[in-house]
Design a protein around this ligand. Structure first.
Ligand SMILES: *[C@@H]1O[C@H](CO)[C@@H](O)[C@H](O)[C@H]1NC(C)=O
Length: 232
């Protein structure tokens, strides 16, 4: 009986660990102090004096900034633009495990394959037609390939990208597309695959990438010579 109880407790604690995301708040709010003004750096951001907190700390945009009703500028090689509202733009989000983005796409604009290391993303299409997808992590069976899940989304459609998995959105319509997405972290982070692999500073040793991608060294040299645009 005791063993069974112990096993149950173990399973429950493992399951809750698996579902853990940003730590839960321990007070009503902890409005983030700007990194420039912080004297110490912790996991997350330190709290502003609660007596100095005002409604503005919970509001985006700040003074003289455009709100999320304003489209992002998609004039770039990818034809898309992410406008984030996370703890870096909205200090009142600190400790709440949640944030938001608006993404604009020109016709054929792409939000290239990327991951959020700390968040699941749930996206709603407001305008346009998007081909979206994500790929599973490496399967336990080495003979099985990573699986791709895709959909073509229209206005009103909601799609979820699981935490940490590589995903993308591509505007396959002839008009602009607009989405809003919620993310389960105050600071989801973005790793754009191509930028991180081919555009790091300093560059990854080309021998590493030649072997990893199983291509000629010239291909890697070409890719490392490109300008890797960042739309975030
Ligand atoms: C959009 O970005 C392009 C390229 O950076 C720039 O030339 C253009 O002025 C920007 N447009 C607006 C409306 O800000």
């Amino acid at each position: 009986m005791a063993v069974r109880l112990l096993i149950s407790v173990l399973i429950i604690s493992l399951v809750s660990l698996t579902y853990a995301s940003d730590p839960a708040p321990l007070q009503d709010f902890c409005v983030a102090v700007k990194d420039d003004d912080a004297k110490v750096f912790v996991n997350g951001k330190i709290c502003k004096d609660p007596n100095m907190v005002s409604a503005d700390d919970f509001l985006f945009p700040g003074p003289n900034m455009p709100g999320l009703n304003v489209p992002g500028n998609t004039s770039n090689p990818l034809g898309s633009k992410v406008t984030p509202v996370n703890v870096n733009q909205l200090p009142g989000l600190n400790t709440f495990g949640i944030s938001l983005v608006r993404i604009d796409y020109a016709p054929y604009g792409l939000n290239p394959p990327h991951t959020h290391p700390r968040a699941t993303e749930v996206l709603v299409v407001v305008e346009g037609t998007l081909y979206v997808g994500f790929v599973t992590s490496n399967p336990a069976d080495p003979k099985v390939k990573n699986k791709l899940f895709t959909k073509t989304l229209n206005p009103g459609d909601v799609f979820v990208f699981p935490e940490g998995l590589i995903h993308f959105q591509f505007n396959v319509g002839k008009n602009n597309a607009v989405v809003f997405a919620g993310l389960s972290s105050q600071n989801p982070g973005v790793i754009t695959i191509a930028n991180a692999v081919f555009g790091s500073d300093p560059p990854i040793n080309p021998d590493v990438l030649t072997k990893a991608f199983q291509v000629d060294a010239n291909v890697i040299k070409y890719l490392q010579g490109q300008f890797w645009w960042n739309i975030d």
